[in-house]
Write a protein that binds this ligand. Structure first.
Ligand SMILES: Cc1cc2nc3c(=O)[nH]c(=O)nc-3n(C[C@H](O)[C@H](O)[C@H](O)COP(=O)(O)OP(=O)(O)OC[C@H]3O[C@@H](n4cnc5c(N)ncnc54)[C@H](O)[C@@H]3O)c2cc1C
Length: 384
């Protein structure tokens, strides 16, 4: 891995911008393609990423074909806590439990993303440069020219490539410059999270999601982490937040005070580190995913599940699809694949969030109906 560079020009067949789950997955999918691949990231790794830190098994299984044994490697090298159930918790203390066929893992993103980048370095010929920020994209004949800057602001080398895989997260400069896609407040949310020690009432193997009618369709989460720590956060669609005219950090504080169950659990907890926030680009509106010489992946392609707020699995899947399209040179197939394997799979999530946002009182009805086992299972099958 190279940290920063000083040459004037780098020429590559494929350049991947961003070494998060989407970018690393694209690099893994390009393994053995014969293409010269460059992966650049503005951060030095391992780096932290603001997240609920909940990694679904599907994300790792999606890479098992490319890196056999990656799932077991993750389990043995990355510190994590697994869960098989999620509980929706209402202000009256009622809990609805959902069991999952495969486990999820709560692991700090610093560790998970660092693990993925190590796999790229260990199993591919990808040239990796960290500490290099892409600041502009321009077309130049059949190629795309990327301007860069080093940490500290000095200008970096230009990069020339036939294919750009944009995996630069949200908000994405690549999406804006290459596809003309701007963040749409109707289609994204915001979320904040921080870590706490000494939380009361955590049950092993269960992640907790709290609903409160005043804050709906936002929700609060408490996810168990290694060492008895928890990741606690609050997220909400941006349109709903704008109506309330309150910042997300204030909503986090208010939810914590007003939801009796959250209040009880965090009463004597000690906050570890700052409250941090980020944008959550939901798969709510069909957008441009690719064009001549480029593909958008993960958060840059707005692929987050609008109900759960999860985006890691979609980042991995879209990264793999983009890597395959780049290795075959058939970028035109990328949109169809995204539509088939990601966009269409989130149809019911889009319907659910629209319905719930229009009628927040439905959450009370859902809580009541959820007491019936068969109804709860049907609901779970419909959404996930
Ligand atoms: C508070 C919060 C909680 C969340 N909780 C969960 C959760 O529990 N589970 C889940 O599945 N999802 C969660 N998500 C969503 C999840 O974090 C994202 O969907 C996921 O990280 C997307 O992966 P990515 O690879 O597309 O982008 P990222 O993980 O954001 O990676 C983008 C990379 O690009 C680099 N980069 C950015 N700009 C440039 C540039 N100009 N030049 C070079 N490099 C650049 C960045 O340094 C970064 O390394 C959460 C999001 C937030 C904000």
């Amino acid at each position: 891995m190279i940290k920063g560079v000083h040459n004037d020009l780098i020429v590559s067949d494929v350049v991947i911008v961003g070494a998060g789950p989407a970018g690393c997955s694209a690099a893994l999918a390009l393994k053995g393609s014969g293409k010269k691949v460059l992966l650049v990231d503005k951060s030095f790794f391992p780096r932290s990423k603001t997240c609920g830190d909940s990694v679904p098994a599907h994300a790792l299984l999606g890479l098992e074909n490319l890196v056999p044994g990656i799932y077991d490697d993750f389990l043995s090298t990355v510190e994590s806590v697994s869960f098989r159930q999620s509980a929706l918790v209402f202000p009256n203390g009622q809990k609805l439990f959902f069991s999952w066929p495969l486990p999820g893992y709560v692991a700090e993103r610093r560790a998970f993303d660092g693990f993925l980048l190590e796999k790229v370095l260990g199993s591919t010929d990808t040239q990796v440069i960290t500490g290099l920020k892409v600041v502009d994209y321009k077309r130049s004949d059949q190629l795309i020219k990327l301007a860069t800057s080093n940490i500290g602001g000095t200008s970096g080398p230009d990069i020339l490539a036939s294919v750009v895989i944009a995996a630069d997260g949200a908000p994405s400069l690549a999406a804006r410059k290459l596809a003309g896609v701007m963040p749409d407040p109707e289609a994204y949310g915001q979320a904040v999270r921080c870590y706490f020690d000494g939380v009361k009432g955590m049950d092993e193997g269960i992640e907790l999601v709290f609903y409160h009618p005043h804050f709906f369709p936002g929700y609060f989460w408490i996810f168990p982490m290694p060492g008895g720590r928890v990741n606690a956060g609050f997220g909400m669609p941006e349109v709903a937040r704008r109506k309330l005219k309150i910042s997300l950090s204030e909503l986090f504080k208010q939810f914590r005070e007003q939801h009796p169950e959250v209040r009880k659990m965090l009463e004597q907890a000690v906050q570890a580190g700052d409250l941090r926030g980020g944008m959550v680009p939901f798969a709510m509106k069909r957008q441009i995913w690719s064009g001549p010489g480029f593909m958008l992946t993960g958060d840059a392609a707005s692929m987050v599940d609008p109900v759960s707020g999860d985006g890691i699995m979609q980042a991995v899947r879209s990264g793999v699809l983009a890597g395959i399209a780049a290795s075959t040179g058939n970028i035109a197939m990328y949109d169809q694949q995204i539509e088939k394997y990601l966009w269409n799979c989130m149809k019911s999530q889009r319907r659910t969030i629209r319905l719930m946002s229009g009628f927040p009182q439905l959450i009370r009805i859902a809580a009541w109906l959820g007491r019936f086992d068969w109804l709860r299972k049907r609901f779970q099958r419909w959404i996930w």
